[in-house]
Design a protein around this ligand. Sequence first.
Ligand code: FAD
Ligand code: NAI
Length: 486
Amino acid sequence: MTQIFDVVVIGAGPGGYVAAIRCAQLGLKTACIDEWKNPKGKASLGGTCLNVGCIPSKALLESSENYERVAHKYSAHGITVEGLSVDVPVMISRKEKIVEAFTRGIAMLFKKNKVTSIHGRGRLVKEKNSEGSWRVNVQNGDKEEIVEAKYVIIATGSAPRQLPSLLIDNKCVLDNEGALALAEAPKRLGIIGAGVIGLEMASVWRRLGSEVTILEAMPGFLSAVDEQVAKEAKKIFTRELGLEIQTGINITKIKPTENIVTVEYLDSENKEQKLEVDKLIVSVGRVPNSANLGADSVGLQIDDGDRIQVDTHCRTNLLNVYAVGDVVRGPMLAHKASEEGVAVAEEIAGKIAGQEKELPAVNLDAIPWVIYTSPEIAWVGKTEQELKMSGVKYKAGQFPFMANGRARALGETNGFIKILADADTDRILGVHMIGPYVSEMISEAVVAIEFAASSEDLARIVHAHPSLSEVLHEAALAVDKRALHI
Ligand code: FAD
Ligand code: NAI
């Protein structure tokens, strides 16, 4: 018998599972269809983020950073450890336990909120039922069922972009999944793409002993990041962490054999080069999962970047069909996906309740970004190069962690915080951070931007002493050239 719901969500990553929970909280009869299976072949909710993305990468970053601290940083505190060793399989199994606990947690949240969880691949079917509801075909192996709902939320996420004619076997040539599951640190590790995944994975395996070479096609480094932050990051990653980063390269051939991968490329001066590595990570971006959804048969519009086309409220061209997260425009970030999921759930609940009022859309200009390297990089709003390009007049205030008491006590003095504010109104336009725990501090900057704060607003707020947040406070004072401790 066909199951009938108010809302069917396709995909249970941070976009889909959060949308489903919020729909259920608002009293809607909700189902969430997801096809992810873990390496044991069991259904595993949480999508890329929980299974092979945010959570496992942060678990390994933390483990490897702890090792790095004990091996290289604690001696300055008078703490030395003899016979230090690292057990990579233990590290990996800790990461797997964290992933299992969290994915099981989503299943429990579904149960608690009475979301019906359906395992399988969801596809929109052309014919609507007599009430105009959508029909979604769910395929699980050779079993098929049809579920119906008036509203559909597509949250099918993204997958690693592949290089032409290079097979990812996750043995020698790895994507993020393989890079998070190595049994030991490879002696020589190559990484194609100096983006977010490339740098986070380089950090993990370099700290555990690999010689890491990153090959990046773009002439610059971290081009989406504020130029001054990117320059500081490259200096620290190469000099202190020991990463070899080559930019402006052009890959000509990749030859994997059983134990070695050979990469041939032209360097930035167009000279032929060859790199031999034991493992190669390919991290050259991600592509939206918009195929296999039945888009053609129902006339769902997809753009030329394979993203499902949506308006600012995540509405597709099809009535009552929404799409959120990595499969649509905007940054491919878990928190962005979740906030879109909540916004869509609330819009649907409002419609079902007969409310005409339009709710605010998720503000894509105030999405925080974090790169979990050491030091961490975090930002929100416009970069200095963007402001220059658009001709906006701005003032900048900057303060280094070196002059902060808490950073000194931590022994983490690299980096700075920079605030960019409108030259006339003083409204904060962008905040850029490189330094310890800036992943936590960026939220204050997000609040400031969302509330249209001025740099003076931040400068007049009392910040605890001694704390890293005083660096943000001093950067705000510096916009008005009145920083106190420099
Ligand atoms: P996904 O998480 O990709 O989930 C989509 C789900 O839909 C999957 O379970 C998929 O199997 C399922 N699905 C697809 N098609 C169908 C179908 N037809 N039927 C049924 N199910 C289907 N972001 C951050 O914000 N912070 C981080 O620290 C961070 N770290 C990352 C580290 C790595 C290594 C990677 C790869 C990504 C990281 N990201 C991070 C990005 C983050 O994982 C994504 O932005 C986020 O998972 C997107 O959520 P989503 O719900 O849109 O899609
Ligand atoms: P990315 O877009 O961050 O970086 C890809 C890099 O590969 C770019 O610098 C690009 O110029 C380069 N590149 C592309 N083709 C190339 C080629 N042929 N040869 C050499 N270099 C090439 O993508 P990445 O690292 O794969 O991550 C995907 C997305 O996942 C991120 O953009 C981000 O949205 C998300 N993510 C977020 C994290 C976080 O929030 N901390 C962590 C990891 C991923």
